[in-house]
Design a protein around this ligand. Structure first.
Ligand code: AMP
Ligand code: GLY
Length: 430
């Protein structure tokens, strides 16, 4: 079988790793130096839907799996399906659940899906938004409705911060078109967890629950990043709570999307806040999380090719999905300065030694100009994800950190407390 993975980050390297066990021929568009070891990197950008479909047709690709949200929101699944090609990922009408937070919030309100109370404002309603903010007070959360590379949600602890956020979004247009609608919503107090739902439009399965660490600093402090690490399973959600999430969130969402003519097929990422009054939706995404994919996929005890094909061929109901009883933890190695500005092109050493101990997933890496595979350099904010696996979270973390210690590059930044909430939960249980 010939499989195309669209994207170039750690998530796509992890997808390729999982799919590589099925013995298929793998292609990545555009991929990274890590995916090159699993198959072939094709020089087509992940958002060039026209070129991708042409290439997939010419190369008789049997299955395409899409990592990032931009091509999904742009309609890559519609285009591939119209061309008669199998693809895992929602069509544009369904991917809108991530592409428009205003849509997602209104959808949740229509279907009584628990989420923070909110109001949506058009870009020219600055005065009304400011009035709403004054009336509601802080803490409060202000979000750009459109895609903003994970940077569109501003948690405002004070009214002053809220005023600045509204000003940036609605007057300075710092978020461009992403803030053509702005959402102001109540701040939810609690612990976050993410559930990844794989669905063929009829049946669905939940992958192991994960928790990521969005903030750059230890103890979950400082500015938001794409994610500095993740672990799965997340002990904050036990079986009873997951059942509640299924009944009050996942099933009403999938049924609601279907009845609104937006049948959802692919992976639905449900970002949850576990509050004292129960689980609430913080966000929906139309894809797997990154770095969460780097811990969730290694826990699957089923061939990923078979699973993805079952989604694409709408026969998930007949597929038995098993997950490992162990745990996985991923530590992200980032460039110094990230999520602000950082240098690129810095040589990376220790990749071979690290990969003898754990899974090493490439994200922001590149081959040094004119060199062979020995010369990998930094090329992005999040450079590598190192995933350890073990019988429990503690041993998974040990594996990830001891492999991460092999890697060196100038300015290497990591958090040394990945999984701290999970470890605390496990201690409580004892
Ligand atoms: P989003 O872009 O909507 O996923 O939000 C990014 C992050 O902002 C979330 O993962 C939370 O940490 C935080 N956040 C978003 N909405 C809320 C909320 N209503 N209450 C508390 N934190 C939030
Ligand atoms: N790790 C957060 C995300 O993938 O959106």
């Amino acid at each position: 079988m010939r499989i195309l993975v669209v994207g170039s980050g750690g998530r796509e390297h992890a997808l390729g790793w999982a799919l590589s066990h099925g013995g298929s021929e793998l292609y990545f568009a555009p991929g990274n130096p890590g995916t090159k070891d699993l198959g072939f990197n094709i020089a087509i950008p992940s958002d060039d839907v026209g070129q991708l479909v042409q290439w997939a047709r010419d190369e008789a690709i049997d299955l395409t799996v899409v990592g990032p949200e931009i091509p999904l929101v742009a309609g890559i699944a519609d285009t591939f399906k119209e061309a008669g090609l199998h693809i895992v990922g929602p069509v544009a009408a369904a991917a809108t659940i991530e592409g428009s937070k205003a849509f997602a919030k209104a959808f949740m309100a229509r279907h009584s899906i628990p989420t923070a109370s909110f109001q949506v404002f058009e870009a020219d309603q600055h005065e009304a938004a400011q009035h709403y903010l004054q009336h509601h007070g802080a803490p409060i959360v202000i979000k750009a409705s459109g895609l903003a590379a994970g940077k569109g949600a501003l948690v405002c602890k004070t009214l002053e911060q809220g005023t600045v956020a509204l000003d940036r979004m609605m007057r300075q247009h710092a978020f461009g078109d992403a803030a053509s609608e702005v959402i102001i919503e109540d701040f939810l107090e609690g612990e976050e967890a993410s559930v990844f739902v794989l669905t063929d439009g009829d049946d669905y399965i939940c992958l192991p629950l994960a928790q990521d660490h969005k903030r750059i600093g230890e103890g979950d402090t400082g500015p938001n990043t794409g994610g500095m690490g993740a672990y799965a399973p997340a002990p904050v959600v036990d079986d009873a709570l997951l059942e509640r999430v299924r009944q009050t969130i996942i099933e009403p969402t999938l049924e609601g999307m279907a009845t609104e003519g937006r049948l959802y097929q692919g992976c639905l990422y449900v970002g949850l806040m576990i509050t004292t009054s129960g689980p609430q939706v913080v966000e929906f995404n139309c894809r797997l999380g990154d770095p969460e994919a780097q811990v969730v996929l290694p826990l699957l005890d089923i061939d990923a090719t078979e699973l993805m094909m079952a989604v694409a061929e709408e026969r998930l109901g007949n597929t038995r999905v098993k997950c490992s009883s162990g745990a996985a933890a991923c530590v992200v190695l980032a460039s110094g300065g990230y999520p602000g500005s950082y240098r690129k092109g810095l040589p990376i050493t220790g990749l071979t030694e690290a990969s003898e101990q754990a899974l090493v997933f490439h994200a922001g890496t590149a081959m040094a100009d004119g060199s062979d595979t020995e010369h990998v350099v930094t090329a992005g904010g999040r450079v590598l994800g190192i995933t350890g696996q073990g019988r429990d979270l503690k041993s998974a973390l040990n594996g990830a950190y001891s492999a991460a210690a092999e890697i060196r590059f100038d300015g290497l930044t990591l958090r040394s407390d990945i999984g701290w909430r999970g470890l605390a939960h496990m201690q409580q249980k004892r």
